[in-house]
Design a protein around this ligand. Sequence first.
Ligand code: MLT
Length: 324
Amino acid sequence: MRLLACLAATALVALAVPAAAQEDYPDGPITLVVPFSAGGPTDTVTRLIAEPMSRELGEQIVVQNISGAGGTLAATQVANAAPDGYTILIHHIGMSTAPTLYRNLPYNPLEDFETIGLVTEVPMTIIARKDFEPETLQELIDYVKANQDTVTYANAGIGAASHLCGMLFMDAIDTQLTTVPYQGTGPALTDLLGGQVDFMCDQTTNTTGQIQAGEVKAYAVTTGERLESLPDLPTTAEAGLGEFQIGVWHGLYAPAGTPEPIIEKLTAALQTALKDENVVEQFAELGTTPVPQDQATPEGHTEKLASQIELWRPIIQEAGVYAD
Ligand code: MLT
């Protein structure tokens, strides 16, 4: 029965996107949905790759921000979009954590999407408003432990990378803090700069410039190695937080059933974008790196997604953090 259902679904998709349409693809603008608000790290990465991808595809890629519920709102919409290659999604590590974090997630990341390819790996940084008292990571830890009831931690919603980083941080120092959720890093960072929240952890794509300009206080980078773009910033291990590490990865998705020839064209455009001189240069300035070409593929992406779902499940279950 399952096989018959599967064959019927495949036939329906083939009918939905006729062969000629697959050959002519793309024949109009493509909407690339960003699951967080404009001005955040996911948005920054997207806008950088959208231009060379458009050039390669010969059609415009229109970036659309649909924020909310840690990126799950946008993912739900794209999972339900027509599988014709004209609506695609970029998402980050949150795609792999949502199945455990959300009790009623309306999609299955591995079944309801076709993977197009991984995009980039981004380190995170622990930062605070510039007049926040602690000067070092150890001082920050001591301070938040002593002021647990008043310190505020900003994040971009449950399942956002900033939420995961905060969750790991609180777990590592065994202290629960008040978290303030936003629709993305854009608005969270604005409030941090304005002094409305105390500290956060987010991707170098958006924090590098602020750290370099001295607009925020920076304590550590969450990867094993220091960054060329922020050489004075210690790693979390160097700054006294043991094995605490987190890096964010991004990938491109299409709704399940999008025909293979269309996915192939999108993958080829992604691979071209990741070799683009401007993209490589801008990524380096923002402390991030494009993935190797063999990872910018559906196979590399699916493997990463599946292994990350397994990696995060026990961590989230142990932390006991869930959303509806
Ligand atoms: C996150 O915390 O997941 C991201 O920074 C959200 C965003 O891209 O705005």
